[in-house]
Write a protein that binds this ligand. Structure first.
Ligand SMILES: [Zn+2]
Length: 273
């Protein structure tokens, strides 16, 4: 599907315009909560091509790309932007729902945006990391609008995530993607400054608009005992076998094992004598 130009749009009938509007809704709709948009196969070559496009958009050199074990995609940024490393895992991506080209493109734009923002700090909220994430999602949304990319799958993937010390909650991230997409037109043909800078001007108004929600969510995160709940899950309590009912299979197995052990010991002792 391609976006009609002005002339094409003007020559559309009312019904065609309605149809067009519905198609756009579908591209960005995730409200029913189920997995939108079918899966498409892509391979490592497609990933490299997509990273190249994203790097181009930010005016960054192509990063070193490595297949990693346990991540959808993550980027190791550095000061110089020269030795950026991007890690991804095709299988994890597909499993987590980044399984069509539009979702892939937005996921990689988000990652490359972290590198583009390596020297940018917003300082408009106590947790700068959250604002960096939201900025990357706003940029992903604006990128989707510029290149006519569906956002539904990407939003579905990020929308399921809970807030953590490093990432704001999924609903806020979905809002950020929509905000970037819906407001690109306001910044696209302003002055001659770089497009990325103009898109980043959208970050403070978005944050102020959602300040109360963000502050509540950040407070809840700080009140959680992360050492206990997230980083160091408590070790399982030892099982007291004698307190389990006789019908319990674990108890039966342990008792059987103990009896066998006893028998073996007896056997050994017998031989000693
Ligand atoms: Zn990120």
């Amino acid at each position: 599907m391609n976006r009609p130009n002005k002339e094409e749009y003007e020559s559309m009938t009312e019904a065609q315009r309605n149809n067009w509007y519905l198609q756009i809704l579908e591209m960005h709709q995730t409200m029913w909560g189920f997995n939108p948009h079918g899966a498409e196969y892509f391979d490592s070559e497609k990933i490299l091509e997509t990273i190249n496009q994203a790097a181009d958009f930010f005016g960054l050199p192509m990063p070193k790309v490595t297949e990693a074990e346990d991540t959808v995609a993550k980027i190791k940024t550095n000061e110089e932007a020269k030795n950026t490393e991007l890690f991804y895992n095709l299988k994890v991506m597909q499993d987590k729902g980044v399984n069509n080209l539009d979702a892939l493109r937005l996921c990689l734009v988000h990652e490359m945006c972290h590198q583009a923002l390596r020297n940018t700090q917003f300082w408009i909220f106590p947790n700068e990391l959250w604002i960096q994430e939201l900025a990357c999602d706003i940029v992903a949304g604006a990128y989707a609008e510029k290149y006519f990319i569906a956002t539904n799958k990407y939003k579905w993937v990020v929308g399921m995530k809970n807030a953590t010390p490093t990432h704001p909650g999924g609903q806020m991230r979905k809002n950020a993607v929509d905000y970037g997409r819906e407001n690109l037109s306001k910044v696209i043909d302003k002055d001659g400054s770089p497009l990325l800078d103009r898109i980043l001007n959208l970050v403070p108004p978005f944050v102020y608009e959602h300040m109360l929600e963000l502050a509540k969510s950040w407070k809840a995160i700080q009140e959680m005992d992360w050492d206990k709940t997230f980083f160091n899950p408590p070790s399982p309590a030892p099982i007291d076998i004698d307190r389990l009912p006789d019908s319990n299979l674990i108890k039966q197995a342990v008792l059987k094992y103990r009896t066998q052990l006893k028998e073996k010991e007896n056997h050994y002792e017998n031989h000693q004598q």
